[in-house]
Design a protein around this ligand. Structure first.
Ligand code: FAD
Ligand code: UQ1
Length: 410
């Protein structure tokens, strides 16, 4: 039977980041990460992979290369978490016990909840930036598009990076303008949400963009079926139950329904819905004080992003250092999250906001404007910050820089 002082579940953004920080805090031999995947992906760049601006290969590195040296990699899937006995069971039948546990299992994609998926991905003209298997299909569909309806969906569930479903629409519009095919296209964004974006400042600016670029936005439309043989997408009107709307497509980008990781959902660590039930100020589990959570798997009431993981990692580090000393956690997470809204092949609107949905901008300029500098940051700077800063436990989000940049202002 294996035992670790600190066991981390999941080796994605949050898991690798926290294992690097925990190694610094308590020594390499005391930390283990359970992660089945050979490869670690920088998912935020998939938006640009789907649009042909980056290669898929550039988004992945071997998990072995991001695992901090000396930290034990348990290459298996977590099957069961038993917080009452401080143990975890893996798929290969191993039982691991722990003193402290960090849960960073991410969320689950549910392509299968849309009738006709995932089989429809065997047909052309359909793709999804949300998975490694389907992201290059988006680029194929975009390149082969000759005219007709280009359709983009947003599901009736929480999603990670809530801006990504529309970023690929803006990139599609730009690509078709560049290649002279825009006049032949109807670009349609069908979202389950009652708004274009959750924060008014950015939503207002995005509405201006969709109007000026002739992009059609339909609210409260939920994708429920894809008939790939007929190139038909079926949407239900969420305000009029039973009313459906069939659209013939020449290109379809699917954002799948998402939900809690089923391992958490089936454990005592879950809230009523299935998300990891943590304290929103300090990321400690609400009923098991030796359990902590970070990232997409949690019920933190903020938008699920890598930028949020960065800010959370600094807070969680502080919380755990206090708990180890039998002191009370003292620093509070403000809900910081960020969504670099890619609006073309050379512009980004950098949305940043907190728990209250209030803008919390790093730079002392109006970030609701599309900027080339922010595109450069998203496409060329962020990947380095991710691989060399965040994953090594050296980047805890832009908070300190925000305070510095705003000194003497406001
Ligand atoms: P993940 O990084 O998804 O890691 C979860 C890990 O858990 C995975 O490695 C998985 O293999 C592992 N796992 C799952 N089940 C088990 C199990 N049973 N046992 C063991 N391990 C398991 N964020 C931004 O900040 N900016 C962006 O511009 C942005 N754009 C995005 C665009 C797209 C298309 C996508 C898909 C995401 C984007 N994100 C963006 C979101 C960002 O990638 C996630 O929020 C972030 O990766 C969350 O980190 P995490 O550790 O919670 O989950
Ligand atoms: C960020 O910290 C981060 O994590 C590394 C991202 O994920 C890829 C982001 O997209 C953003 C925008 C941030 C925030 C960083 C700055 C400099 C504003």
């Amino acid at each position: 039977k294996e035992h670790y002082k600190m066991l981390v579940l999941g080796g994605g953004s949050g898991g690798i980041t926290m294992s690097a920080r925990m190694k610094r805090m308590m020594g390499a031999g005391n930390v283990a990460v359970v992660e089945p995947s050979e490869m670690h992906y920088y998912q935020p760049i998939w938006t640009l992979v789907g649009a042909g601006a980056k290669s898929l290969a550039s988004s992945g590195r071997p998990t072995a290369s991001v695992m901090p040296s000396g930290v034990k990699w348990v290459k298996s899937k977590v099957q069961e978490i038993n917080p009452d006995t401080n143990t975890v069971c893996t798929e290969d039948g191993t039982e691991i016990s722990y003193e402290y546990l960090i849960v960073a299992l991410g969320l689950q994609l549910h392509f299968e909840k849309i009738k006709g998926l995932p089989e429809a991905f065997d047909h052309p003209k359909i793709g999804s930036n949300y998975s490694v298997q389907t992201v290059e299909k988006t680029w194929t569909a975009l390149q082969n598009f000759q005219g007709g309806n280009a359709v983009f969906s947003f599901p009736n569930t929480p999603v990670k990076c809530a801006g990504a479903p529309q970023k690929i629409m803006y990139l599609t519009d730009s690509f078709l303008r560049k290649t002279g095919k825009r006049a032949e296209a109807n670009i349609i964004y069908n979202t389950s949400l009652p708004v274009l974006f959750g924060v008014k400042k950015y939503a207002d600016a995005l509405w201006e963009i969709v109007k000026s670029r002739d992009l059609q936005v339909n609210l409260r439309q939920n994708l429920i079926e894809v008939r790939a043989d007929k190139q038909e997408a079926v949407f239900e009107n969420l305000d009029k139950p039973g009313e459906t709307n069939v659209i013939e497509y020449e290109m379809l980008h699917v954002t799948p329904p998402m939900g809690p990781n089923l391992v958490i959902k089936g454990s005592p660590l879950a809230d009523e819905v299935g998300w990891l039930d943590v304290n929103k100020d300090n990321l400690q589990h609400k009923t098991y004080p030796n359990v902590f959570g970070i990232g997409d798997c949690t019920n933190l009431p903020t938008s699920k992003t890598g930028a949020a993981v960065a800010a959370q990692s600094a807070i969680l580090n502080r919380t755990i250092s206090k708990v180890l000393k039998n002191e009370k956690p003292d620093r509070k997470y403000d809900g910081y999250t960020s969504c670099p809204l890619v609006t073309s092949y050379n512009t980004v609107m950098l949305a940043e906001f907190d728990y209250n949905g209030e803008p919390l901008e790093t730079f002392p300029i109006n970030q609701a404007k599309e900027r080339r500098s922010m595109y450069h940051m998203k496409a060329d700077v962020m990947p380095h910050l991710y691989w060399h800063g965040l994953l090594r436990g050296l980047w805890g989000g832009p908070g300190p820089y925000r305070k510095l940049f705003h000194l003497g202002m406001k």
